[in-house]
Design a binder for this molecule. Structure first.
Ligand SMILES: [Zn+2]
Length: 154
């Protein structure tokens, strides 16, 4: 399913990002998902619901550390959490299985492929990024995610 179209350029002070093709995202209930930039999160990106509105929060400085293709993957990954209903499930207090991270990675890679944004170099950038991520209570090990993302790109 194609759920990203167009070109988004988000400006915040001196920082600007172009999430090419990543400006439109709908959640599991077909509500539009908005993107907000904030310094008040401890990671590059986070998905949540604020006042009933599905939202992707991005930390502008942490996002700026990554190449544009990885930024696109991060936004697509967060959108996939909304699209697959993970964000709503979590919001209502239910625990998500670890596989929800694999599923979001997989949908993100396939979305980028559908949009013509994926090639071998991009896939390697995404794998390099995933390999830096450490496992925690809600996230599987980065190297497993990197392997699975490549499988999804086939
Ligand atoms: Zn995730």
């Amino acid at each position: 399913m194609r759920f990203f179209i167009g070109l988004a350029i988000l400006f915040t002070g001196l920082h600007s990002f172009a999430y090419v093709g990543m400006d439109e995202c709908w959640d599991v209930n077909n509500q539009p998902v908005r993107i907000q930039q904030t310094m008040a999160i401890r990671q590059a990106a986070e998905s949540t619901i604020i006042n009933g509105l599905p939202t992707i929060l991005l930390h502008p400085q942490m996002m700026a550390q990554y190449p544009q293709d990885v930024q696109q993957f991060i936004v697509a990954h967060e959108c996939s959490h909304h699209r697959q209903g993970h964000v709503v499930t979590h919001h209502y207090g239910r625990t998500l299985p670890l596989t929800s991270e694999f599923d979001a990675d997989c949908m993100a890679v396939r979305t980028m492929k559908d949009l013509g944004l994926l090639n071998e170099y991009v896939l390697q950038d995404i794998q390099r990024f995933l390999n830096t991520l450490t496992a925690d209570a809600t996230h599987p090990a980065g190297n497993h995610r990197a392997q699975y993302a490549r499988q999804c790109a086939q």
